[in-house]
Design a protein around this ligand. Structure first.
Ligand code: SF4
Length: 357
């Protein structure tokens, strides 16, 4: 049995042709799967019964199973999925106001939309110090079909509020699973499938330079976000071992090149951790590092408490002071609201809890 989502529209048309069925059924099949949320071929009522049977004999639609769901008071839902080989991956559904259609003002405030945060690997090999995803090591890359499974599930799970944004910020490093992630993104973006605009899809990387260089040559307007979390090599190498391979000077040089080539902004994620990277000196170093980047934004996030790793957020006054320092230095800076604090919302926490049991 094969995952039908591994096929492109063209490949499915060719398959139908080889069976002697009209090619136009391919569009109908994908519309049922990606737009109407069908998980069974038998429900595709406008297809001939014989074709539905042939499809069900050769293909499956959904390759994962929901094994846990935690819902926060703010509407954030964390989902834990089991893959066919029993590996576990997490996805998060984050409701937002006013993001749909880019509307602002009263009309925008009334609209609700959902951002889906998805995983690209089972486990992770990069062992960032504050991330629970890597505590059990790397298991394997997800296939494009498995990545699409997560999107499909989140879309169907949020029928009331449309899924309008997808961010690769769950477990795993997307640029370490480049081909499958790009293949999935093309389907997320495709009009015949999820039809989510490229600018509403974000790849979040820990700073894999060869991947960023590859991405800048793609004809895709996806958003790029880099997890920075420290502005000195000493601290960054300590909390993000990937920095030993791709140090800050090389990474920032690569960012200059990316911006020059794509004319697109890069967002730098900076998790503020109490006693680690939230003091004035850290803010000054961050300004010095980023001030010459033409299109850059810093997204500050107060750390979610992770008891296993003894990580706590700084005091509110320290967070405000850090943000103000960046703002006064001319850095485009935002402070991301913490979501789902009453559930195991930090990357990998839910999976970790299950694997411990
Ligand atoms: S932050 Fe991302 S790259 Fe780093 S360990 Fe966690 S999942 Fe891996």
């Amino acid at each position: 049995m094969q995952d039908i989502k591994e096929l492109s529209l063209r490949e499915l048309e060719d398959k139908l042709f080889s069976w002697g069925a009209p090619k136009y059924h391919a569009g109908q099949i994908f519309s049922w799967i990606y737009q109407r949320g069908a998980f069974e071929f038998s429900t595709m009522s406008d297809l001939p019964a014989t074709l539905r049977k042939t499809l069900a004999d050769d293909f499956y639609i959904l390759g994962l199973e929901l094994v846990d769901l935690q819902r926060s008071a703010d509407g954030t839902a964390k989902l834990l999925f089991q893959l066919k080989d029993d590996n576990l991956v997490e996805a998060v559904s984050i409701p937002m106001r006013g993001r749909a259609s880019g509307l602002t003002g009263a009309a925008g405030a009334r609209l609700r939309a959902v951002t889906g945060c998805i995983s690209s690997q089972a486990g992770c090999k990069f062992a960032c110090g504050f991330c629970a995803s890597a505590l059990k090591g790397f298991k394997r890359n997800l296939s494009a079909g498995e990545i699409l499974d997560e999107v499909l599930y989140l879309k169907n799970n949020s029928q009331k509020d449309p899924l309008t944004h997808v961010v690769f910020m769950g477990t795993g490093e997307p640029l370490d699973n480049y081909e499958n992630v790009l293949k999935a993104i093309r389907v997320i973006n495709a009009p015949y499938a999820f039809n989510i605009g490229a600018r509403r899809i974000t790849i979040s990387t820990c700073g894999i330079i060869p991947g960023i260089k590859k991405l800048q040559d793609e004809e895709l307007q996806v958003e790029l976000s880099i997890s920075l979390h420290a502005a000195s090599d000493r601290l960054r190498s300590e909390i993000m071992p990937v920095n030993r391979k791709y140090p800050l000077a090389d990474l920032i040089r690569c960012c200059h090149e990316y911006i020059a080539k794509t004319n697109r902004q890069i967002t730098f994620e900076y998790i503020l951790v109490k006693g680690l990277n939230s003091d004035l000196t850290s803010a000054q170093k961050l300004v010095a590092l980023l001030k010459d980047l033409r299109l850059a934004k810093v997204n500050l996030i107060a750390a979610n408490p992770i008891p296993e790793l003894k990580i706590m957020p700084p005091e509110k006054t320290e967070i405000t002071f850090f943000k103000e320092h960046l703002f006064k230095a001319g850095i485009n800076v935002t402070l991301r609201r913490e979501r789902g604090q009453d559930i195991d919302a930090a990357c990998g926490q839910l999976r970790l809890k299950h694997e411990k049991n």
